[in-house]
Design a protein around this ligand. Structure first.
Ligand SMILES: Nc1nc2c(ncn2[C@@H]2O[C@H](COP(=O)(O)OP(=O)(O)OP(=O)(O)O)[C@@H](O)[C@H]2O)c(=O)[nH]1
Ligand code: SF4
Ligand SMILES: [Mg+2]
Length: 447
């Protein structure tokens, strides 16, 4: 981890006013926040013959009755749109369409409406009854290929039949991913989520900015960088350097200080910074020295958003409250950095968590790609900021935890939670803060 995962928060109390004022959602798909503009959502079109189970599939993914399902072919007549937060990928817009094997004038109109949704589809789900594949499906695949739109084939109704081996082989040779589902029973929905994550175009899976969007052009942030015995000689570490570069790219600027100089630096400034970002190890001092009206967070929280899924990982920090003496905790680092002295992952976080829980915990440490397939022994996964990884890889790991029903948080979030400053550190991220605050209600939603 970046030996300074910044930390954050703790249990409930003083939520920033801006967040308290936000209307809490009752919708269990978290689809009211973050309020991403439609254009930023990954548009996932659901296509296929009438009655293939397209609407059933949408309902299974959202766990809501979004679209009407019936045994009558041709139930969906106009495209049905459903925005939601598809954890851990982020904001998506599902578009359920009318079956397009229709004949007749009415059918043609409906087909035309469905075809128009092709233009705004970033990723297509081609839903077919497992035992029914023909020219129609091949033509749809070809049309999507011509449009360079990635496709996932969903063989639905696997309770009634299986796709042939020859077809599976052909799709695999064409590099078209396929999943098998029984939508009403929820079978295969997790595989579908994985497939969506894998197939999503890169611009939707790479984090857009580390912090420049929070600061803004012409504005500045103060970065707090402790120079202690764990700091590498003569250089800054990757998350710090990347943060500085991101600010410059965003036409913003920054002041870099050690924690000891922070108070004097803030006093000497003519105006307040838009954000203070600290290494998590200095979090308590930085929280004390930063005026409450200046937003403050940590490098590792920024990286949870940039490389992982801040909402899921903030909610995951809640699980620390449920830890009991003897529970197993997996500490995972994405690269083999060299532990120095009081290493944060091996010494400091275990110490803080142990103090919080009030009893010995059983820690397992893994590095790099050495991540257990079986997560069931663990009560919690605490992950580093994954600054050396691309986001897709971290999101896959988050999905694996979700599949196993094991909460995942990150180093900084865990530290802040155990130090009691997570709410404040999540202040710049209303969606994550709100999710964290209503984590009880979210536990159901998040899987
Ligand atoms: N046995 C079984 N039935 C399914 C499955 N998925 C959907 N169905 C049923 O298939 C019928 C059609 O499902 P819909 O979800 O309405 O299909 P659709 O593709 O949206 O149909 P149109 O809107 O008419 O194009 C309904 O009776 C569903 O209950 C499945 O996996 N297995
Ligand atoms: S990838 Fe993880 S362990 Fe490696 S430097 Fe980045 S935060 Fe630290
Ligand atoms: Mg339908």
């Amino acid at each position: 981890m970046f030996r300074q995962q910044a930390g954050e928060e703790q249990s409930g109390s003083k939520l920033p006013q801006s967040i308290r004022d936000r209307k809490m959602t009752n919708d269990k798909t978290i689809d009211t926040f973050p309020a991403s503009p439609k254009g930023y959502r990954l548009h996932i079109g659901i296509f296929g013959r009438r009655n293939a189970g397209k609407s059933s599939l949408l309902n299974a993914i959202t766990r809501q009755h979004v679209s009407i399902v019936s045994e009558l072919a041709g139930t969906t007549t106009d495209p049905v749109e459903k925005p939601m937060e598809l954890l851990p990928l982020g904001p998506v817009l599902f578009i359920d369409t009318a079956g397009i094997d229709d004949a007749g004038a009415l059918g043609e109109l409906r087909v035309e409406k469905t075809r128009r949704t092709f233009d705004r589809t970033d990723l297509a789900l081609l839903v077919a009854e497992a035992g029914t594949w023909g020219d129609f499906e091949d033509q749809l695949l070809q049309e999507m290929a011509e449009r360079r739109t990635p496709v996932i084939v969903v063989f639905n109704k696997i309770d009634l039949g299986e796709p042939s081996g020859a077809l599976i082989d052909r799709l695999s040779a064409q590099k078209v991913p396929a999943v098998r589902t029984n939508a009403p029973a929820g079978t295969g929905i997790l595989d579908l989520r994985h497939a969506i994550l894998d197939a999503a175009p890169a611009e939707f899976t790479s984090g857009s900015a580390i912090l420049s969007d929070l600061v803004g052009p012409g504005e500045f942030a103060v970065l707090v960088v402790p120079i202690d015995k764990e700091a590498p000689k003569g250089r800054l570490i990757v998350p710090q350097v990347q943060s500085i570069r991101d600010l410059l790219d965003g036409d913003a600027w920054c002041l870099v200080v050690k924690e000891r100089e922070l108070r004097a630096a803030l006093q000497s400034l003519a105006k307040k910074p838009k954000l203070v970002v600290t290494d998590s190890q200095a979090f308590l001092k930085v929280a004390a020295d930063t005026p409450y009206d200046v937003p403050m967070t940590s490098f590792s929280i920024l990286f949870s958003r940039f490389k992982g899924d801040l909402v899921t990982q903030a909610v995951g920090a809640r699980a620390i409250d449920t830890l009991r003496a003897g529970d197993r905790v997996l500490m995972a680092e994405a690269c083999a950095h060299h532990p120095i002295g009081e290493d944060i992952g091996r010494v400091k976080i275990p110490r803080w968590l142990t103090q919080y829980v009030g009893g010995r915990l059983d820690f397992t440490h893994v590095q790099g790609h050495d991540f257990p397939q079986d997560l069931s022994p663990y009560k919690l996964v605490v992950h580093c900021g994954a600054c050396m990884w691309n986001r897709k890889e971290m999101l896959s790991r988050i999905l694996q935890c979700r599949a196993a029903g094991v909460p995942i948080t990150n180093y900084g979030l865990a530290i802040a939670f155990s130090l009691g400053i997570l709410e404040r550190a999540l202040g710049p991220f209303p969606a994550a803060c709100e999710a964290f605050m209503s984590a009880g209600a979210f536990a159901e939603v998040a899987r």
